[in-house]
Design a binder for this molecule. Structure first.
Ligand code: LLP
Length: 442
């Protein structure tokens, strides 16, 4: 079965009678008029469908917990949707913990992860009853034990390890290879386990955690990841008599940014993982573990699009034609950071033939602020609304106020209804944290 991460567009995308693109039954041109641009548009049906496809793909295995990787895009409405779908949340900061808990997430189902968590963040996680903490390093073992002790609690932990698996994705989003800033090297786990057994009495080690990378198209590396983690579990069991019960495999499944991308389906990944558990658990003499899966991009990426309005253009004599839109690297830094390639269509006349090659530029004061290089589009005019697909993940969550430009709004669409889920920033919001010292006041 194909799954929604393999689709270029939200699953409700269609062209309506006005020859406009619509998503979730909402005309994108009308959304642009009503809410302004740039505008992030999220399709609730796509989010829920992918979440359900994850649950169904893993339903063949009895012990699975789904955690949404909040870093991909977190706002309270998204927490509500995924909480309703039965997901917990993988969180990496006090801000993500605060958002999850104030939106009513089930904190017992959540995990706190990260390579340099502060004492205060650990304190917050323990006080709010976050179910699991993935401990990344030796300092954190000490800090967390102190926090747990002062709260009179025993905290369930995973050890984040680097499994030594390289995936073929952008260097900046690989994490599982040995030379990585994340987690314990497998040569360091013995020392960590011994400290937990002998000294850190308020920590209860229940399993191992790894994440190989992001925007992954290979399936066999998930098989290998399970193999490495089960082998390590078996080794720890033999050496210390400690029965670990959980493995968290991270996220990473890729999505289709362009027609030439062919990410695997969720079922293919699930099958590899489950097969590897059945093959390898007996081999290393460990019980079938509870598994945790932490998808981010593959849940929310395809579900979101960004709308921009076309403004000025420039034809370089004997060179490129640049067409500028009203957003760019501050609302989507991925093209300039990772050379990410996107697909765009004209929302107000999607049927028009692509006749010229243009470079779609952002509005920010940097030559590198290019959203799509050399793409064939219909002749673009001022006022056209461009729909960029697959911007749902790591767009808003990595956005900035570069050039003091206001962050866009986000709306959720479903059954012909649109609701604001993030207000457009105002100039008041923008200066809200600015302070002029008394002596500089005018
Ligand atoms: N779990 C852990 C421990 C992670 O570090 C990540 C992502 C995920 C889960 C979710 O991975 P996903 O399913 O979204 O691939 N900003 C980059 C992506 C960075 C991913 C960091 N970790 C980008 O825009 O491509």
């Amino acid at each position: 079965m194909t799954t929604a991460n393999q689709s270029l567009k939200p699953i409700t995308t269609q062209i309506n009678d006005d020859n406009h693109i619509e998503i979730g039954g909402c005309d994108l041109v009308e959304l642009a008029q009503q809410y302004g641009t740039p505008l992030y548009v999220y399709d609730e049906k796509t989010i829920r469908t992918i979440a359900q496809q994850y649950k169904s793909a893993f339903s063949k295995y009895p012990k699975v917990s789904m955690l949404y990787a909040s870093k991909a895009f977190m706002t309270k409405a998204v927490v509500r949707i995924l909480d309703e779908e039965g997901f917990g949340f993988d969180m990496v900061s006090g801000g993500e913990i605060y958002t999850a808990s104030t939106a009513g997430a089930d904190m017992k189902k959540c995990l706190f992860n990260g390579n340099n968590k502060s004492y205060d963040e650990l304190q917050m996680a323990v006080e709010l009853g976050v179910g699991l903490i993935s401990v990344d390093n030796f300092l954190e073992l000490t800090l967390l034990n102190e926090v747990a002790k002062s709260n009179n609690k025993t905290v369930d932990i995973l050890l984040r390890v680097t499994p030594g698996i390289e995936c073929h994705t952008h260097e900046y989003i690989q994490t599982g290879h040995l030379d990585s800033k994340f987690g314990f090297d497998l040569t360091q786990t013995d020392e960590a386990v011994e400290l937990i057994i002998d000294e850190y009495k308020n920590l209860n080690l229940v399993g191992l955690h790894a994440h190989i990378g992001s925007q992954i198209f290979e399936t066999t590396i998930y098989y290998d990841e399970v193999d490495v983690l089960l082998k390590e579990m078996g080794r720890i069991k033999t050496k210390y008599g400690l029965n670990l019960t959980h493995i968290n495999l991270g996220g990473g499944l890729g999505i289709k940014y362009t027609e030439s991308d062919y990410p695997p389906s969720i079922d293919e990944i699930a099958d590899k993982i489950i097969t590897s558990i059945h093959d390898n658990a007996p081999k290393y003499n460990v019980e079938l573990p509870e598994i945790h899966i932490e998808p981010g991009r593959s849940i929310i990426g395809t579900s979101g699009v960004t709308l921009y309005t076309v403004g000025s253009s420039k034809q370089v004599p004997n060179g490129k034609k640049y067409v500028a839109v009203d957003g760019g690297m501050a609302d989507n830094p991925r093209p300039s950071l990772y050379q990410a390639v996107y697909t765009a269509e004209v929302a107000n006349r999607p049927d028009d033939k692509a006749t010229e090659t243009v470079t779609i530029a952002g509005r920010f004061c940097e030559s590198g602020d290019i959203l799509i290089k050399d793409v064939k589009m219909p002749e673009l005019k001022e006022g056209d609304i461009l729909c960029f697909y697959n911007t749902g993940a790591y767009g808003y969550s990595m956005s900035s106020n570069y050039n003091r430009v206001l962050k866009p709004a986000a709306v959720l669409v479903n059954n012909s209804q649109s609701d604001i889920i993030i207000n457009r920033e105002s100039y008041e919001n923008l200066v809200a944290c600015d302070v002029i010292p008394e002596r500089l006041k005018k």
